[in-house]
Design a protein around this ligand. Sequence first.
Ligand code: LMR
Length: 329
Amino acid sequence: MKKLIGAAGALTLAVAAASANAACDSGEVVVKLSHVTGGTTHPKVVAANNFAERVNSELNGRMCMEVYPNSTLFGDSKELEALLLGDVQVLAPSLSKFGSYTKRLGVFDLPFIFEDMDAAIRFTNSATGKDLLNSMNDVGFVGLGYWMSGMKYFSANKPLNVPTDAAGLKFRVQTSDVAKAMIAAMGASPQPMAFSEVYGALQTGVVDGQENTWSNIYTKKFFEVQDGVTQTSHQLLAYFFMTSQDFLDSLDADLRAEFLAIADDVTQQANLVVKEKEETNRANILKAGGTIRELTPEQRAEWVEAMKPVWKQFEDEIGADVIKAAAGA
Ligand code: LMR
């Protein structure tokens, strides 16, 4: 990695990619990390930039990492194929985006399966959780770890206090069958859509609402085009931090081991600071004039009840044992 880049080069990169990117030297293995989130306080932005900084300083001269946030290199629909084609080497997509490759990761989408992020972290550290990192090895995807993001909350263009308030509304969802079934259980209609299209769809009324973390709702300004956000904590958003087997095989053994060790360290670090980032972004929404509605225990019980049938619906394809391990974490 060259120490500095010229002003013109820096400007181009700042537009096309992360400002943290520096030019790579010839002879260095170039590693592209692509993701869809933005802003400076988002936990995935922080973790991705941290990974690049570590690689670029500790493996300088041998490996050089470039980060492309905000869907600037690949968006939701293309990034997994691009990884298999070798056009990108590292991704961190939401666990809700793997339905075409494995059904087992659907466990993370089951509504109210995790009491909070700590329970989700306990599950990812369990034998079952670790095993799921290998659930797509046959495709050529290698799980490097789980990056937590946060619990998810519903927002809409009208106040949502109980699930019947959502009846008849259209909600943007990720490409997850579990999420689609959950929205249907609320009497609403799910609209799968790429993350980069959500703000426009909310603004123009193509959809009435969405569900996401404080970090995404703040950094993508969804709160500006919604009536408010309801603190449902109904689902987890976490990322499958990943590479491809082809890429790992292309590295010599020493470099591969050092790369994997940094990836592991960055994952531990990311999950230590994630709750603080989420709280910061919750506070940022309020500071920017957004509305957050908290639920009474009775209202929360109504959301839990409405979504209960969803677990049974996916028990066969996810596996009763996997669901049990997650629910008991
Ligand atoms: C979404 O599509 O809502 C999220 O998965 C985006 C992200 O990567 O946080």
